[in-house]
Design a protein around this ligand. Sequence first.
Ligand code: CU
Length: 151
Amino acid sequence: MHNLPNLITRRRLLWAVPVVIVAAAGLGAAAMMQPPPADLDLSLMKSTDHGHYVASVEPGLSPIVTGTIHGWIVEIKTPDGKPVEHAEISISGGMPQHGHGLPTEPKVTAELGRGRYQVEGMKFNMPGWWTVNVAVKGPAGPDTATFNLIL
Ligand SMILES: [Cu+2]
């Protein structure tokens, strides 16, 4: 005769493997689909973190759709509203809940005058909560502003 208890144990183990795989996949998917924080500041104009500038962004696509490369205009002013010319602007960003950055490396391609800068190469490759960091090096020193987007 077969060793019956041993057979039952094996069958249980065979069951357990797919159950564990499905559970792990489910947890992974749940992490990817977390809702964004309810209190996100979605404004497109704000003071930089140390108050040296006021930064605003104007996405060239409205609404922004995923997967399309497009341009943004970034505008930098002093806290009292004067345009900041000849600043060095760099853009970074990503998805805080997914742990990845932007899929592209956006760059300033032109200074448009009156504190406005053309940024090209913006792209968001999936829906969810994105942050876009605008780093400014200007006469008042370096400073950054972080904008939130929900796609
Ligand atoms: Cu993502």
